[in-house]
Design a protein around this ligand. Structure first.
Ligand SMILES: NC(=O)c1ccc[n+]([C@@H]2O[C@H](COP(=O)([O-])OP(=O)(O)OC[C@H]3O[C@@H](n4cnc5c(N)ncnc54)[C@H](O)[C@@H]3O)[C@@H](O)[C@H]2O)c1
Length: 428
């Protein structure tokens, strides 16, 4: 099938590359010309394991094209995927500006029947809005259908998640249109669930909000574990063995970040309110998460005076295996540390270049060992394997002090103690 993907960001690029890999002809379109010119030269705008190789291969073999021309993307495809940003406004209402602009352009250039597939995360009812905008802007009156096909990929594992999803959700008001989308997933060995258009839109928010709830739940329990001198890791293990609960997303720490969880929780609360429903449980999930950094910082401050101390921060990205800094707990913690007039040295395996654009008052180290050299305090904020597998003896030797704050429970307290660290983690 001829597929166009409008918006070649995280989701759009990975989706385009994977569908090309599955044998479809794909045009990835973006309004950002520099990004498109770079992609044509094999330069990826994001770091994602396996992405570059697959993108270059499919581009070279003539299945994957890049353009900044929306007319070309619309006229040369049967199926158009929308994968543009839907960042929240300050009040957490979803900014649908990019989605609306794309819908208008699709209407203007539509030259025959198309299936419009929305992959962006959008509030319930947006599919109908997209349909209205396309209709209002059509120069040529041709038929089309709007389908919701929310994206569930995880950054850091995006290629694998897109090739082998747990499930594919296709929401449509017209079965024939839904079947056209089912067709492009037929080579994937996965469950495809066809739903109402609006159900699909809500399934996406519900999934992320539920996972965020699990995280805030375990983090609240971690606070109680500290007060009761129990161990949150043992507790998570104990409850996670219950098949109805499961162990995933029960890792206590300094909270969730990224471009999706904070935004989707906030947006679902906002949308619910618009429909006259107070989603109070999610308001609490959000509050608990927002308090994590402050609580962790307070723990540091209670233990040691931070003023003029040299503090090594390991990890900048919001989670391992990505260079994404959006809503990163690390950046938030660093802001607090800098306010204390401490000297902050940072290191991250891949997110350093992205950080340099906005994070100015810190020093950048070339590796974890250079980062901790001479430090009074080390803080681990992102649990990259590189840190988990680091030589802790060497770290202890290189540091001037002995304080180690672990925001991700990456190490065993008794081992850290044995190595001579004064070690503080979460809920233990
Ligand atoms: N990043 C994730 O892990 C993830 C996972 C699941 C779902 N989502 C959802 O997918 C959507 C896209 O997210 P993302 O992370 O890929 O965003 P992104 O910001 O990385 O990419 C969006 C791209 O759309 C382009 N764009 C914006 N307006 C355009 C227009 N009018 N015409 C052409 N291009 C345009 C931008 O230039 C940008 O390159 C969002 O709704 C997000 O919530 C993201």
């Amino acid at each position: 099938m001829k597929i166009s993907v409008i918006g070649t960001g995280y989701v759009g690029l990975v989706t385009g590359v994977v569908f090309a890999q599955l044998g479809h002809t794909v045009i990835c379109m973006d309004k950002n010309r520099e990004k498109i010119d770079n992609l044509k030269r094999g330069i990826m705008p994001i770091y994602e394991p396996g992405l570059k190789e697959m993108a270059v291969k499919n581009h070279d073999e003539g299945r994957l094209f890049y353009t900044w021309d929306i007319k070309e993307a619309v006229t040369k495809s049967d199926l158009i995927m929308i994968a543009v940003d839907t960042m929240p406004k300050e009040n957490w209402q979803t900014n649908l500006g990019s989605v609306k602009a794309v819908a208008k352009d699709i209407g203007i250039w539509m030259n025959g029947y198309k299936v419009i597939v929305n992959k962006s995360t959008v509030p319930v009812g947006t599919g109908n809005l997209v349909e209205r905008i396309i209709r209002q802007n059509q120069k040529k009156k041709c038929g089309f259908d709007v389908v919701s096909n929310p994206e569930f990929l995880r950054e850091g594992q995006a290629i694998n998640d897109t090739l082998h999803p747990d499930r594919v959700i296709i929401g449509a008001e017209n079965t024939a249109a839904a079947m056209k989308v089912v067709e492009i997933y037929q080579d994937m060995n996965t469950v495809v669930k066809v739903t109402k258009l609006k159900s699909a839109e809500l399934i996406k928010y519900a999934s992320n909000a539920f996972l965020a709830t699990k995280i805030s739940f375990i983090n609240s329990l971690a606070d109680l574990a500290e007060l009761t001198e129990s161990d949150i890791e043992e507790i998570a293990e104990g409850i996670g063995l219950d098949k109805r609960i499961g162990r995933q997303f029960l890792n206590a720490g300094i909270g969730y970040g990224g471009s999706c969880f904070p935004k989707d929780v906030g947006s679902l609360i906002y949308t619910a309110k618009e429909f006259g429903y107070d989603f109070s449980i999610l308001r609490e999930v959000k509050r608990v998460n927002e308090a994590r950094i402050e609580r962790f910082f307070a723990k540091m401050k209670k233990t040691v005076k931070l003023k003029k101390k040299r503090i090594a921060v390991l990890g900048l990205s919001f989670k391992p295996d990505t260079d994404d800094l959006r809503e990163s707990p690390s950046l938030k913690l660093i802001k607090f540390l800098l306010k204390e007039d401490s000297e902050v040295i940072v290191y991250d395996p891949v997110a350093m270049d992205n950080a340099k654009a906005s994070l100015k008052r810190v020093k950048y180290a070339k590796n974890a060992y250079e980062c901790v050299k001479g430090a009074d305090i080390t803080v681990l904020v992102t649990e990259w394997n590189e840190f988990r597998n680091a030589d802790l003896k060497k770290i202890k030797k290189l540091m001037k002090g002995d304080l180690f704050f672990d925001g991700r429970n990456a190490f065993e307290p008794h081992i850290m103690k044995k190595l001579g660290f004064r070690y503080f983690s979460v809920g233990r």
